[in-house]
Design a protein around this ligand. Structure first.
Ligand SMILES: *Cc1c(COP(=O)(O)O)cnc(C)c1O
Length: 365
């Protein structure tokens, strides 16, 4: 950071270029583009894939607002389908039924860091000529069938937001084919293309051409200066997350009032979130009250996510009812995310375990 400040080059420059190269090398991506956020990466990706008015994008209600907001921003229509009970990821069997002549893309979200079952979705994309866009805000590092998410040619968006598995404060990365990312780079920075101008004239480097009305989404070297060492630390962060998860699973797996998260055979989980599920039949209180009881025991929790079809904008625009996506709603009603971070020490983990087990014991049916 200090080196960057002293260098006088604060915004996109050599550090961003190095961060992009190292991120691409780490994930096995053909190319990577540093941006201001994952939201910016998703927005840029949709524009780069020519998705706009009249198009439909199939996606999930079990995600953060950003995943669907960008579909609205480009003027396309998000078409929601329900999730799988086990992973809370898009259910491939339901995706097929939602495909119409207007469908242009499928936007999947690797919820909590567990990979989506990509093979059946890739087959649908190939059969119907659709683009697969991945929201990998939670999925670093996530593997699907032994391969890291982000290693393919299709657009994949990563987040370096303050709470994510590695951080630059605010920041994001788009991975994908070289060709796609060249286009995305122009879109992400004013639609400014120096190369396009060079095609016509061979003069000074102050010349540029605006080829489309682009965004201002570029990553700063100040962000990349944080990202470079964070990327080095990522494997260490990930093993600590796995260790915390092992301790939680060992403590909660035995309780008949609790259901621990799964890692399916094809998956290597990033463990961005630890989503614990309650068994309502075993407890006298519901999820909301469990959260209050944990708060009273000094444990902060959250819920990821409030299904988007119940949020005002989406509910009113598309006339959704809560039980239009029954699996998402049913799990939403009984789930909560426990503290999970690489900086959690064993004592803090024990505090969380003790508080959860105490709430369960106190309110057992
Ligand atoms: C955090 C998050 C985003 C947005 O990431 P930013 O980098 O903050 O834009 C998108 N999708 C999901 C699922 C997220 O959790």
């Amino acid at each position: 950071m200090v080196d960057t400040l002293r260098s006088g080059w604060l915004t996109s420059g050599p550090k961003t270029a190095r961060f992009e190269a190292e991120f691409a090398k780490y994930t096995g991506a053909p190319a990577a583009l540093g941006l201001h956020s994952a939201t910016a990466a998703l927005h840029t990706a949709l524009v780069a894939c020519d998705i706009g008015p009249g198009d439909e994008v199939i996606s999930t209600p079990m995600t953060f607002a950003a995943s669907l907001n960008v579909i609205e921003q480009v003027g396309a229509r998000p078409v929601l389908v329900d999730v799988e009970e086990a992973t809370l990821n898009l259910d491939p069997r339901l995706v097929e039924k939602a495909i119409t002549r207007k469908t242009k893309a499928i936007l999947v979200v690797h919820h909590a860091g567990h990979p989506v079952d990509l093979d059946p979705i890739r087959e649908l994309c190939a059969a119907h000529k659709l683009t697969l866009v991945e929201d990998a805000a939670h999925a670093l590092p996530t593997k699907y069938k032994g391969k890291l998410i982000g290693a393919g040619e299709n657009p994949v968006a990563f987040s370096f937001y303050a709470t994510k598995n590695m951080t630059t404060g605010e920041g994001g990365m788009l991975t994908g084919s070289k060709e796609l990312l060249e286009k995305a780079r122009v879109i992400s920075l004013h639609g400014m293309n120096r190369d396009a101008w060079k095609r016509y004239k061979k003069e000074g480097s102050w010349r540029y051409d605006i080829v489309l009305p682009g965004f201002k989404y570029n990553m700063m070297d100040l962000q990349a200066a944080l990202g470079l060492p964070q990327l080095q630390k990522l494997p260490g962060f990930h093993s600590r997350r796995k260790e915390v998860v092992r301790r939680y699973n060992a403590a909660f797996g035995k309780s008949d009032a609790l259901e621990t998260p799964v890692e399916l055979p094809y998956a290597e989980h990033a463990w961005h979130l630890y989503v614990l599920r309650l068994r309502p039949e075993a407890l006298k209180i519901g999820r909301d009250q469990v959260i209050e009881e944990l708060k009273a025991r000094n444990i902060g929790t959250s819920v990821h996510f409030i299904p988007l079809h119940t949020q005002s904008y989406y509910r009113e625009k598309y006339g959704y009812a809560p039980d239009d996506f029954p699996v998402a709603m049913r799990v939403f009603d009984r789930m909560l995310s426990l503290p999970l971070d690489a900086s959690l020490d064993d004592r803090s983990v024990d505090d969380v375990i003790e508080a959860v087990l105490d709430v369960v014991k106190t309110f057992r049916r």
